[in-house]
Design a protein around this ligand. Structure first.
Ligand SMILES: *Cc1c(COP(=O)(O)O)cnc(C)c1O
Length: 457
């Protein structure tokens, strides 16, 4: 053994000393150290040199970073309400408490309490969903991507596998979701119609053949096109499809149930209710975007088609578990109870969208007062929040942010300390200063963030 390798720390004692600083299970700490020690040994055999202190400090730093990657709560000061990196939609208090009671015991997931016999999974939820979106039937699966694949698999057959899509809707949602690729994995053959900026009803009509399985509309949820553009109304496409007996499907993506333009000064997002009324036979949308529920994909529309989708063998592979069903059931009931009064809803995204300027001003004043003694310059500035999560790309919701310029540490240091502490707080840097947008921070979190800032400064 070369003399330099003596600097490599023995694993057990190092694990013992690091156990006190990171709250991870010991076998995980040991496995982590073993891998790092191995890497150090390789590097030292190649000629790198270091003393034991350096090596231990390096391993300790990496282990701390690893422990911070464990799934944990984050306070969102970015102003992006549905932040895909921060877990999209937060849940309301009633959903959280329902989750606890179902999660910690048994439930009637597939059990009929009246007869004491086997029951239907998600029967209640499906009825409530259909009632909410005003469809004949509805169901839910793992996510919207799965919902679309399922619909395509059901409606396409070897004899009829052509799916007609406008060229303006061959979108990429992000995270490996591209409409042409989703079609391909579902055994469908893409038939593109129209041009990037314009598609006419005639384009759809000409593309229909005996091999057409369906016409697919994909909502442009994360971009918009402007200028010399045109597309037929949904109702016109629906009429064409009905005459030819071809199902019309729309992937709505966002799933806004409430009129978004009534909640905030933003665009109107097409709702599932409207799209179905305009003649779509089936729709699908995400559960954790504008709906504000758990990760899931909702399918709604004609009863025969929903029943067919549910009979697909693939349905079993993408079904929701009881925890998701519990949260989704709570979310849908909440909409049914408070649909007419958005201000009374328990759904955090909707509440955040509907927050008034006065409410934000009151909180901002309290923040400034509380941070008075900090070694920093804190100001309230006007900001722009967004819905985010690949929804409503034009939405700019007037908001307020707390701008903090620390006296003794840099903006980057302050941002990092806020991110890496407990609870983690994420803001954004603009004009070289840290900003925390109040619209995406819940009012009950205000004291937590204020305390974190006071501790740092
Ligand atoms: C976001 C989105 C999807 C994917 O939804 P997931 O629930 O994340 O799978 C699909 N289609 C559209 C139009 C979307 O906006």
């Amino acid at each position: 053994m070369s003399a330099a390798l003596k600097a490599i720390p023995p694993i057990e004692p190092l694990a013992h000393s690091l156990e006190a600083t990171v709250a991870l299970p010991k076998p995980l700490i040991i496995a982590f150290i073993r891998k790092e020690v191995h890497a150090w040994r390789e590097r030292m055999l190649e000629g790198e040199s270091a003393d034991r202190e350096t090596i231990e400090a390096d391993i300790s730093k990496k282990l701390t970073a690893f422990s911070r990657s464990r799934l944990q709560p984050v306070i969102n000061g970015t102003g992006v309400l549905i932040h895909t990196n921060l877990g999209r939609s937060p849940l309301g208090k009633s959903a959280a408490s329902a989750l606890e009671s179902i999660a910690t015991g048994y439930s009637n997931l597939e059990f009929n309490l009246i007869d004491g016999t086997r029951g239907k999974r998600a029967g209640y939820l499906e009825t409530a969903l259909a009632c909410l979106v005003q469809s004949e039937a509805a169901t839910a699966v793992n996510n919207c991507a799965a919902a679309l694949v399922l619909i395509l698999r059901h409606l396409c057959s070897p004899e009829r596998n052509e799916v007609i899509v406008s060229r303006s809707e061959l979108v990429e949602i992000g995270g490996g979701f591209r409409v042409p690729e989703i079609l391909e994995t579902s055994g469908a053959k893409l038939v593109e119609v129209g041009a990037t900026n314009k598609t006419h009803l005639e384009d759809y009509a000409r593309a229909i053949t005996p091999r057409t399985a369906l016409v697919l509309k994909v909502h442009r949820s994360n971009f918009y096109i402007e200028g010399f553009t045109a597309e037929p109304e949904m109702a016109e496409i629906a009429e064409l499809c009905r005459a030819q007996q071809i199902p019309l499907v729309e992937d709505l993506g966002s799933g806004a149930i409430m009129d978004t333009d009534q909640l905030a000064p933003i665009d109107h997002e097409p709702t599932p209710q409207e799209t179905l009324k305009n003649g779509a036979d089936l729709i699908c949308f995400s559960g954790d975007k504008l709906l504000g529920g758990p990760q899931s994909g909702i399918i709604a529309g004609r009863a025969d088609l929903v029943a067919g989708v549910k009979k697909e063998p693939f349905f079993r592979a993408v079904r929701c578990d009881k925890l998701i069903l519990t949260v989704l059931q709570e979310c849908i009931d909440e909409y049914l109870r408070t649909q007419a009064k958005p201000t009374e809803t328990d759904i955090p995204n909707i509440k955040a969208l509907a927050l008034s300027t006065e409410q934000l001003q009151q909180r901002a004043a309290h923040w400034i007062q509380s941070l008075y003694s900090c070694k920093a310059q804190c100001r309230v500035v006007e900001s722009m929040a967004t819905t985010g999560g690949g929804t409503m790309p034009r939405s700019q919701i007037p908001s307020l942010a707390i701008q903090i310029q620390a006296a003794e540490i840099s903006t980057n240091q302050l941002a990092k300390q806020l991110r890496t502490g407990d609870p983690a707080v994420v803001g954004y840097i603009q004009d070289k200063q840290l900003h925390l947008d109040l619209r995406s921070i819940f009012d009950w979190q205000d004291p937590l963030v204020i305390q974190r800032i006071k501790d740092i400064l």
